[in-house]
Ligand binder design. Structure first.
Ligand code: BDP
Length: 687
């Protein structure tokens, strides 16, 4: 198994009795109408069922299907009893029995396709169809992948090969992979893709490239997926020949309005713009003394009467402006209430940058007048890339379930994001894609689960990480119950294990320079203080951690009083966040009964040991999963094991130079010296 088919495998249902039941229920598929997405739904259902049941399943016109033979009827029937934004109602589905027919009814063609994939999931995971009665609608309206792909075929922080978009071949040749990509996204409920890097090239807005984008949009449309573009703020200068990109300049406004009209002529269902401005060297409205709101509102106006949105990213920080933790908040909080109705502000899950564990971003709950998009990273920039097996659903859930307490207990990030806390009519979530040209799409075969889990949580964030892991495993790897349980157990623990051997107790940003791989806690010189490691861990002879209380940077003040109370006192701060907010003495006892130093060492050692546990668990599933896939994961786990020990040794030896304390028993001190470990980073960075 080369992994190309992802979770859409559709191999024959092995259990003959079960197969017979499905066969009896699904003798045909019927629908009427010309809706393109509905037609795609029928084709997908046919393809899936024929594979799973091993028999032809004809697609018939509704009238020809008759009502006595058992079959599946697809219909568009906007429901009357569902609340929610107009679009999520259109995307909702119901599956129920009507006489001999199993009906999949969607609020639109898109609703039907989501229902069809839900139905296929039932069969793929071995659930009965008889008596099925479900209804479902997405909790969040705009559910996007963000590709960080460049025109030259590279992917920013992409670890699974090159970009899947072949710009030199477009628009003439449409790689079949584009369709398979769209199928996969639709199957997990995603409805949008921003196809290019947020560090955007202006080239995407040229007439030449818009034809290519149009071709991709044509592939995605029958799957209910809309295309979005990341824009380079200075495009009016670079490709428009203007002298300025000032958002209040009439010519600039005119240029964007004309450009957006041109886009909609080519792509009538174009989704809108994603913008990274005044961040990490990108140009933006602040270059002209304007605010992020000025820029975003100008773009929203440029969309005219078309049905598009602007997603304006809040990932901003400048050198030398104080604690980086606070900077996005300080730039954006004041702008709450100033954004035009179609603007959403896109906020990363945490305040720094996709670390293995971060507290939730303080902007969640702090901008009640602005719809906020939650941005998470599927590509494992700081989580071991395509080498370490880390299942990310627990990380996404941890953020979504965090309680901002801004409107009393229960004001979770999820409720901010889905718009329910502040009654927003639009809502969004974005995942930075982990997809590339590797045959299995994601490099690490297990990383497919992160793409899958993101889509499922974007649709319904109340699903548990374990439930999603279970359905993914059954669809993708094996249906054998013991093997499923084992794999799910490993997945469920994998992210905590990664945190333990890399950044336990709330350490953050101590990874290798530039490549963001491996440990480099000693990094003290990197061009800017907030790109070093010492800026974040603040180790000294007294202790470890970044004091963000009132005695320190006071970043804690950005949170609501309830959160401040819990996290403001080192004694009540959850250990997972401890060093995010406190500088703690090496000998300080923790609730675990150990001192900080002993707890730190314990976590590094037990974390690294847990990778050996992952290896042992994986070994037990060998007979139950595909041989090539088994070997691939086993080999990656070997590297992960070696690198977990590398992280452990580097961090305990380095921090020991401050703590001046021994490695507590029963742990065996590293056999190599700090100087020896340091050279490993150079090897990885090809220095
Ligand atoms: C950081 C990445 C950088 C991205 C940036 C962003 O290191 O490559 O451009 O995020 O989100 O995590 O804009």
């Amino acid at each position: 198994d080369d992994g190309y088919r992802l979770w859409l495998k559709y191999d024959l249902v092995a259990d003959a009795g079960q197969r017979a039941q499905y066969r009896a229920a699904a003798q045909h598929i019927a629908f009427e109408g010309k809706d393109a997405v509905l037609q795609t739904a029928a084709t997908e259902l046919q393809r899936g069922l024929q594979g799973l049941l091993g028999q032809p399943v004809p697609v018939l016109a509704k009238a020809a299907a008759g009502s006595t033979k058992h079959g599946i009827l697809l219909e568009i029937a906007p429901p009357t009893n569902v609340s929610g934004s107009a679009q999520t109602v259109l995307e909702s589905y119901r599956i129920f029995s009507r006489g001999a027919q199993l009906v999949v009814a969607g609020g639109s063609g898109a609703g039907v396709i989501y229902g069809v994939f839900a139905l296929l999931r039932q069969v793929q995971t071995g659930q009965p169809l008889a008596g099925l009665n479900v209804s479902s609608r997405p909790r969040i309206q705009y559910r996007l992948l963000n590709h960080w792909d460049n025109p030259n075929g590279t992917v920013e922080r992409g670890y699974a090969g090159s970009s899947i978009w072949k710009w030199n071949e477009l628009p003439q040749r449409l790689d079949p992979r584009y369709t398979d990509y769209a199928r996969a996204n639709a199957s997990i409920g995603l409805n949008g893709v921003a196809i290019n890097n947020v560090n955007a090239s202006a080239r995407y807005l040229t007439a030449e490239y818009l034809q290519k984008v149009k071709a991709l949009a044509g592939v995605f449309r029958p799957y209910g997926i809309r295309v979005y573009l990341s824009v380079f703020w200075a495009a009016p200068k670079v490709i428009g020949g203007l002298k300025t990109a000032d958002p209040l300049d009439p010519q600039v406004k005119q240029w964007w309005a004309a450009k957006s009209e041109e886009i909609y002529q080519a792509i009538p269902d174009f989704g809108g713009f994603l913008v990274k401005a005044n961040s990490e060297g990108e140009p933006g409205p602040q270059d002209y003394g304007r605010t992020h709101a000025d820029g975003a509102n100008m773009l929203a106006a440029a969309l005219g009467t078309h049905d598009g949105i602007v997603m304006w990213r809040a990932f901003v920080y400048k050198a030398g402006s104080g604690d980086r933790f606070k900077q996005a908040y300080e730039d954006f909080k004041l702008l709450d209430g100033q954004f035009a109705p179609r603007v959403l502000v896109q906020v990363k899950n945490g305040p720094i940058d996709f670390q293995a564990r971060e507290p939730f971003h303080p902007l969640f709950g702090a901008m009640p007048k602005t719809p906020l998009v939650l941005e998470v990273q599927l590509t494992q920039e700081y989580l071991g890339m395509a080498t370490h097996w880390v299942y990310l659903a627990p990380l996404f859930k941890e953020c979504l379930d965090s309680d901002t307490q801004t409107k009393g207990p229960g004001s979770t990030v999820a409720k901010v994001v889905d718009g329910s806390l502040d009654q927003h009519r639009i809502s969004g979530i974005a995942g930075v894609a982990n997809i590339g040209t590797d045959r299995n799409w994601t490099g690490h075969p297990m990383a497919q689960a992160n793409w899958y889990a993101f889509g499922r949580l974007a649709w319904d964030y109340t699903l548990t990480a374990k439930a999603i892991a279970t359905e993914w495993t059954k669809m993708t790897l094996t249906r054998e119950p013991q093997a499923v349980a084992t794999i799910v157990e490993v997945m469920d623990k994998s992210r905590d294990i990664y945190v333990r051997y890399t950044t336990p107790l709330g350490l953050h940003h101590i990874m290798g320079q530039n490549i963001h791989y491996g440990p480099e806690p000693w990094l003290a010189d990197a061009g800017r203080p907030d790109w070093t490691a010492v800026y974040y861990h603040k180790a000294d002879s007294a202790g470890l951690g970044f004091d963000r209380t009132a005695k320190g940077s006071n970043a804690l003040a950005l949170y609501s009083p309830g959160v401040q109370k819990e996290w403001g006192d080192a004694k009540t701060t959850p250990l997972n966040y401890l060093l995010w907010f406190h500088h703690v003495g090496w000998r300080q006892p923790l609730p675990t009964g150990r001192t900080l130093w002993n707890e730190l060492v314990t976590r590094y050692y037990t974390g690294a040991d847990s990778v050996a546990w992952m290896q042992r668990r994986w070994a037990t599933v060998q007979p139950k999963v595909d041989a090539a896939l088994f070997a691939d994961v086993a080999a990656r786990l070997q590297i992960q094991q070696r690198e977990a020990v590398w992280w452990r040794d580097a961090c305990v030896l380095y921090f020991q130079t401050f703590s001046k304390q021994p490695i507590p028993k029963p742990f065996v001190p590293p056999t190599r010296t700090l100087a020896e470990v340091k050279t490993l980073v150079d090897l990885y960075q090809l220095k």
